[in-house]
Design a protein around this ligand. Structure first.
Ligand code: DGL
Length: 256
């Protein structure tokens, strides 16, 4: 038993879509969430630069006593998870591109993966996609401007809907019946995606719940779960200013 917090990190606000699922599944676990904010977005940057930011975030989380760290960011996972597992002793949970559940359940034989440039170019996605490419046709797209829209809390604007339409409509027209959210910012635009999809039969797959299940499994396996009676607390830290921490707090209270 271990009542120390779970650490979570993202380039910014996006990882809160995973934070929410972990909090719901494991209500007695404290969580300290690092939202970079200063170097966001990560997605178009080179992998080694992102790895540097992630290592700094991990060090901050370890200072706070994190017993396990969730990379609540597909881009950070693509750039750094192997390095972290090789260089630190605690368990790390990364975001897996949910190609498998999409490929195994697709009826049309065409699936869409939305992610950042860095994630789509990374080994993790390339290898996973290669495994299923004989079963389904995998179409990929970068959610251009999606991260910026979410960071500015502009999800409900007409401009956000238009940006989502530009990316999602071609996938739907190409026959996808599954769209995988391969970036943790993108679930915040799911309502817009549903508007674009309308009554066409397309399922949106968000891996956040599966990641929370993996966290539970690893806590138990390593015997580091919190006591049942433990009262959780939630802390937010950042590489940016105090205003950014306020932003994280505000968003977390709206969703969680
Ligand atoms: N939320 C992130 C991800 O899951 C990072 C997006 C970004 O900073 O570009 O990929």
């Amino acid at each position: 038993m271990n009542n120390s917090p779970i650490g979570m990190l993202d380039s910014g606000i996006g990882g809160l879509s995973v934070w929410k699922e972990v909090k719901r599944l494991l209500p007695n676990e404290s969580i300290v969430y690092f939202g970079d904010g200063k170097n966001c977005p990560y997605g178009g940057r080179p992998a080694d630069e992102i790895r540097g930011f992630v290592v700094e975030a991990v060090e901050r989380l370890l200072e706070r006593g994190a017993k396990l760290i969730v990379l609540a960011c597909n881009t950070a996972t693509a750039a750094a998870v192997e390095y972290l597992r090789d260089n630190y002793d605690i368990p790390f949970v990364g975001m897996e591109p949910a190609v498998k559940p999409a490929a195994l359940t697709s009826k049309s034989g065409v699936v869409g993966i939305l992610a950042t440039k860095c994630s789509l170019e990374g080994d993790l996605f390339q290898k996973t996609a290669a495994k299923y490419s004989d079963k389904v046709n995998i179409l990929t797209a970068v959610g251009e401007s999606f991260v910026e829209i979410v960071e500015k809390s502009q999800e409900e604007t007409a401009e956000a809907l238009e940006k989502v339409r530009i990316v999602v409509e071609p996938l739907v027209e190409a026959g996808v019946d599954k769209i995988v959210l391969g970036c943790t910012h993108y679930p915040f635009l799911e309502a817009n995606m549903r508007k674009v999809i309308g009554d066409r039969d397309v399922e949106i797959i968000d891996p956040a719940h599966a990641v929370a299940e993996r966290v539970r499994f690893l806590l138990n396996e390593n015997d580091i779960a919190a006591e049942e009676s433990h009262v959780a607390d939630y802390e937010f830290i950042s590489a940016a200013t105090e205003d950014y921490v306020e932003k994280l707090l505000k968003k977390s209270s709206v969703i969680g």
